[in-house]
Design a protein around this ligand. Structure first.
Ligand SMILES: [Zn+2]
Length: 282
């Protein structure tokens, strides 16, 4: 599942690629993947593309409505302009194969000649036309993303003090803070030296400050490396992010801890693979 850094990366790349482009055609190949009257956006000119939590917002010049996109489990956005290709979201062979594929749900064509494909294997993702005003109001009510200004060490401390749940599960709760998924949460807890199964309210102020620094760092690192896209063919094609080359403990069970050399352990927490160093994390 694409996490915040992957969504941020494709959002930034699309902002550079389709801003200023005018929609000339929209083909909806699977009705439920596009909510709203797609014909409406024909002739609309893209103003900008940005992200809040894991939702991508496409805004248009002089329009009161916009399109929002959620990739969910297996959604992909692939922008094709001649030989140039920009890919984002769930990595599959469709990143490099001929398009449309059998997983293509929506195709945007721009007057400039480029195309944007929305592929989604398991079809939980969607594109939706919404009122810009309502959406912006909604965003303001949401909890802060890890990299928003509102996400301070004090904010984190107040949340942790209120619960005895395992710290890892609290960090994954998108209603409390947006952006940490299973990859980045494992690495952040390692960097902060905190065991994933510690009770949240047992963290001291100093530990919370270290943890706050660590979660911000892993998300910024994720964005710096263009997200994580661990797949063999992705490396061959040179497409996709490379954060997977910088994993600290995620999926490294049985290997040596990069800090102390102890063997990294794997446990299950909330049904998800959880990786930590029994020596460095307390
Ligand atoms: Zn260690």
């Amino acid at each position: 599942m694409p996490e915040l850094p992957e969504v941020e990366t494709i959002s930034r790349q699309l902002n550079e690629s389709i801003s200023g482009c005018t929609v000339s055609q929209i083909e909806v190949l699977r009705q439920r993947s596009f909510l709203g009257d797609e014909k409406k956006i024909i002739d609309w000119k893209v103003e900008s593309v940005s992200r809040k939590s894991k939702v991508i917002g496409i805004r248009f010049s002089n329009q009161t409505e916009m399109v929002i996109v959620h990739l969910k489990m297996t959604g992909q956005l692939i922008f094709v302009d001649g030989m140039k290709r920009i890919v984002g979201g769930h990595p599959t062979p469709d990143w490099v194969n001929e398009l449309p594929s059998k997983h293509t749900r929506v195709i945007w064509t721009f007057k400039e000649g480029s195309k944007l494909y929305f592929n989604d294997m398991r079809v939980f993702g969607w594109m939706k036309i919404v009122s810009k005003e309502k959406y912006e109001k909604e965003i303001r009510k949401q909890s802060p993303d890890i990299i928003d200004q509102g996400f301070t060490d004090k904010y984190l401390f107040d949340i942790l003090k209120k619960t005895k749940k395992a710290i890892k599960l609290v960090l994954l709760d998108q209603e409390k803070m947006g952006g940490l998924g299973n990859i980045y949460v494992n690495d952040a807890l390692f960097l902060a030296g905190i065991r994933p199964d510690r009770k949240a309210d047992s963290l001291s102020w100093e530990e919370t400050r270290q943890l706050h620094k660590a979660v911000v760092r892993v998300i910024l690192d994720g964005i710096k490396y263009g997200g994580a896209s661990a797949s063999n063919y992705v490396h061959v094609s040179g497409l996709g992010g490379t954060y997977q080359d910088h994993f600290q403990v995620y999926k490294k069970d049985g290997q040596k801890c990069p800090k102390c050399g102890e063997i990294i352990k794997k446990i299950k927490l909330g049904g998800r693979g959880t990786f930590f160093c029994p020596n460095c994390q307390m």
